[in-house]
Design a protein around this ligand. Structure first.
Ligand code: GN1
Ligand code: MG
Length: 362
């Protein structure tokens, strides 16, 4: 079966009226295969989102899908009175057999979501208002999920934000040097090794466990086309128990530089202070009520740590021969690593000022 046949056949398993017209790759995620599928019904065409879960990375897709079912149902109940509720939470489309996901003959896991129109994601931030909106939306997401009933969500990827462990994995990749690239990235390796002392700071801070998103990239929040409001948080695969600081840190990582994550000209990569200020203000506007003083104190540091963590994950993948993140060109993971390290330097230069701002606002 061709790839398109497989996508078409999976799409037809879901409760979607009409005739399948086409499927286009959608979004810029590095992990799953995401398509926007078009169906024709009653003379009109309609979009839906179809995704194939990456089983290489998500070892227990049933546990993952159970999380997503619980999380989307809870969010949906929380905003039941909002007239715009259909665009403010991802909604799974069930299969014709009434299941929340479909497993094909090859054991691949598929899910479908209702399409959210009049809103989009961006790979790079343009305005402080966008930054404010993104941070506010992720803070609200955490707030709405604070009341998720027991049991604890499944850990879809254990130790996902365990930075010391990510550091150990980097050391192992340097020693193994599977792709024979270590000698070519000496400056990046040295930069990474010199940061070992910061790796355990969040873990040692005794912060409360919460339900967190864990992948709060700027392009994982949809901004309304008309109003610019951050209306819907997407990419729920890593929603699981975690630290609020991981989420805020990844917002800082992805929403302060004017560049995309894989910008080749690192001279353009910089932590723009006004963006950081907008992020703190936006996040506090929705998460301020529940954050502990320990969490507030670490807001500025969290961006530094997560930028480092994702930077070493890209470096590790480059050294291991690009087995984890999708790449679209030679050296793609190295380019991504370099932007992270450049951003980290920029954050480090402004750390005191960032701390002072957080102090003044909390
Ligand atoms: C991956 O799926 P996507 O592209 O939103 C990754 C994140 C990284 C991010 C870096 C499950 O996110 O942890 O921060 O790439 N997701 C997983 O861009 O590993
Ligand atoms: Mg994503």
């Amino acid at each position: 079966m061709s790839k398109l046949d497989r996508v078409r056949s999976a799409a037809r398993q879901f409760e979607i009226d009409g005739e399948f017209l086409e499927a286009q790759p959608f979004g810029s995620g590095h992990i799953n295969d995401t398509y926007r599928v078009m169906f024709k019904s009653g003379g009109n065409s309609f979009f839906h989102i179809l995704q194939k879960v990456n089983r290489n990375i998500f070892k227990n897709p049933d546990a993952l899908m159970q999380n997503i079912q619980r999380v989307t149902a809870h969010l949906s109940a929380q905003i039941a009175n909002d007239p715009d509720r259909d665009r403010r939470v991802l909604r799974l489309i069930s299969t014709r057999n009434g299941n929340a996901w479909y497993v094909d003959e090859e054991g691949e896991y598929w899910r479908a979501y209702q399409y959210i129109s009049g809103a989009r994601t961006y790979d790079a931030v343009q305005t402080t208002e966008q930054a404010f909106q993104a941070a506010r939306a992720f803070g609200r997401f955490q707030d709405l999920l604070a009341s998720l009933p027991a049991p604890r969500l499944n850990d879809t990827i254990p130790d996902f934000h365990n930075t010391p462990k990510r550091f150990e994995t980097l050391l192992a990749a340097i020693s193994a040097d599977t792709a024979n690239r270590a000698a070519l990235v000496k400056p990046e390796i040295e930069f990474a090794l010199s940061h070992e002392p910061i790796t355990s700071i969040l873990q040692d801070a005794n912060l409360p466990e919460r339900v967190t998103h864990n992948d709060t990239k700027f392009n994982n929040v949809m901004l309304d086309d008309a109003t610019g409001e951050g209306i819907c948080v997407v990419d729920l695969d890593t929603v699981m128990p975690g630290l609020a600081s991981h989420d805020f840190g990844d917002i800082v990582r992805t929403t302060t530089s004017p560049t995309a994550e894989d910008e080749r000209d690192v001279s353009k990569v910089t932590m723009q202070f006004p963006m950081f200020e907008a992020l703190v203000r936006g996040y506090l506007s929705s998460a301020g009520a529940f954050l502990t003083s320990g969490e507030r104190k670490l807001l500025a540091f969290s961006g530094r740590l997560i930028t480092f963590e994702i930077g070493i994950r890209f470096l590790t993948d480059h050294l291991s021969g690009d087995t984890y993140f999708k790449i679209h060109r030679e050296g793609h993971n190295l380019d991504r690593c370099r932007t992270q390290f450049k951003l980290l330097e920029s954050i480090e230069q402004q750390q005191d000022r960032m701390e002072r701002l957080v102090d003044s606002l909390t």
